[in-house]
Design a protein around this ligand. Structure first.
Ligand code: DGL
Length: 264
């Protein structure tokens, strides 16, 4: 049986979902979390829908064995391809993340927004549905961030290769006069300093991390599952490849009790 003291389970194709974990830890400091980094199978963005569903089920089963009370799918690609199946298959509440098209569409003045995401997200039915509502009055310049996730997984965030790839993807957005850039992949917030160097300060960068944390809180409240313990939460991490990049990204955070390499 899960209880208020059970952990929030979080999974991603790799280390990127830690950008969501940080937001959850900030908003809900007393919650315990278990994070699963499926780095062995990253990137999900190039895989078939069925493959992404199978991997999402595998990750969910692992987290349920740890008795998690709610699962955050901290991956746009897994959410847009698999969350419907997960919600049908399991009783536990799921929170997903989708590219923040709506806030961007409300903020844009040029009526042109850019979105950087994986192939799997941009080609998904869910993304087609969500974005179609806004296409009547906003031009959406979509770009697949091929190669970005792999470089982040390898810890090569500040490499020349990264700068070159970002230049290739972002220059056309500048030429198209977008004034909002949606980061539609949870790995990408780690690239914000690099992205800023290319696009300057005039374009707003929008991601869904904070919104996901708020939604997590509200669903926990609704199910009466908010942890009422006054102590700071504890955070466990599992990764099925080298833990090096994960450790670097988590270096400055308190209450990370373990980062463990494990087969799953
Ligand atoms: N963090 C995942 C996302 O939000 C990366 C997907 C991938 O592994 O390609 O989409």
């Amino acid at each position: 049986m899960t209880s208020k003291n059970s952990s929030i389970g979080i999974f991603d194709s790799g280390v990127g979902g830690t950008s969501i974990w940080k937001e959850i830890k900030t908003l809900l400091p007393n919650e315990n979390t278990i994070y699963l980094s499926d780095s062995k199978n990253a990137p999900y963005g190039e895989k078939s829908k069925q493959n992404i569903i199978d991997l999402s089920i595998k990750n969910t089963d692992f987290l349920l064995h740890q008795n998690c009370k709610l699962i955050v799918v901290a991956c746009n690609t897994a959410t847009t391809n698999a969350i419907k199946v997960l919600r049908q298959k399991y009783k536990i509440p799921f929170i997903g993340i989708e590219p923040a098209i709506k806030p961007a569409a409300l903020k844009t003045k040029t009526n042109k927004i850019g979105i950087l995401a994986t192939k799997g997200t941009l080609n998904s039915e869910l993304f087609a549905q969500t974005s179609s509502t806004f296409r009547e009055h906003v031009i959406i310049k979509e770009t697949i961030g091929t190669g970005l996730v792999e470089l982040i997984e390898e810890g090569r965030i500040n490499s020349t290769e990264m700068t070159e790839l970002l230049n290739t993807y972002l220059q056309p957005m500048l030429e198209n006069e977008v004034d909002c850039l949606v980061l539609g992949c949870t790995h990408y917030p780690y690239l914000i300093p690099q992205i800023r160097k290319i696009i300057g300060d005039q374009i707003q960068i929008i991601d869904s991390g904070e919104a996901v944390a708020k939604q997590t809180k509200s669903i926990l409240e609704k199910h009466e599952l908010l942890n009422t313990n006054s102590k700071k939460g504890k955070h466990q991490f599992y990764v099925n490849k080298s833990k090096k990049t994960l450790e670097i990204l988590l270096n400055k955070y308190e209450n990370v009790i373990s980062v463990e390499e494990k087969e799953f």
